[in-house]
Design a protein around this ligand. Sequence first.
Ligand SMILES: [Zn+2]
Length: 396
Amino acid sequence: MTTSQGGRGDPARLAVYADETLGRYGFVEKPWFQPSERLAAFLTEAGRRELAFDRCSAPPATDAELAWFHTPAHVAWVTERCRSDRGSVDRAPEPVVARARVLLAAIAAVGVATEASIAETVAELGSLDAWAPLLQSDGLVTWDGASVALTDAGHAFLADPQASLGGPTFARAAVERAARHICGAVVDAVRRIQAGEIRSAFVPIAGFHHAHRAEARMYCLYNDAGLAVEAALRAVDGPVAYIDVDIHRGDGVYEAFAEQPRVVIADVYQREGVARGEVVETEFVGRGAGEGAKRALGIGPLDDAAYLAAFEGLEAFVRARRPAFVVFEAGVDGLATDPMSDQDLTPAVFREVARRVKALADECAGGRLLVLGGGGYEITGLAAGWSAVVEGLTTA
Ligand SMILES: [Zn+2]
């Protein structure tokens, strides 16, 4: 691997945006999503395999660039909220709020609570270790790692039946900075691909596909995948394909472009209620003028062969629409080792999928391909999965 600053690399080599500023995206409160760990693990494994790519960096996205995808109000609110280093940028779902209410009432009843003193409630709701940091982040409790007590805000929450609770996407200045760098890398990559300076790029810490245009969701402040699609729509005249193999559905990208006929979406994700070995067509086919330009497969747990068979259908769907630019969200949280899914997939499947997406981009889009890392939360698997993606992109 060699290092270059924008534009000086060999255009035929894969450009990988892998500077430490992007790598810091993570949440110290979440043991499986620590800042810097995921990027470091990938780079170590890539180095060990002597993968061939140019390592590069880009400036952070500006407010104006973020507003290609997001509402200016969302950008302003996320930026401002993260400056405080407190609370969340999303709201917790109603069932979580209801459970928090039960826990806070149990704590209030004993004053200062430990796991032992409210054992019955803890048995029902899960450990204090998991709950207390979330409640503390919203300023509702004080927590020293062993005992927990309500603050004034906690008492006010209990007294107000309408009060809501912050979601899992914590508002942190460091995360917002990293998110801007990720979006900056995406914008820079699309610009360089379109200018012919490079053919394809990989941004490993990226693919935060759950954020909506006006809403942060599920650890995603800004949707760099949606931003990549917007940048590509500006760069080419023809269709832009968005292919998403992350084990979670790319809901933020889908909702943003459901009615846009130029955006072809192919998504394969683990769907609740789908049995082992089964694959179902879903309702996410687009709306209005965009109807028929999207296809999403919901899968139960699959092995490599069954997964590739399902992917083949998506590949044909995209190829038939002759995209002029391809954005590929290569989340590897479908690996058998990953805590986020029940799949039986090995890194080999991601090597093969990446190889096929690259071939498709070469055939239809003049090679114009931007790959985003997406999910992957078991570190060894993540490093092997993304390395396999790079191998698929760089070996014919
Ligand atoms: Zn995921």
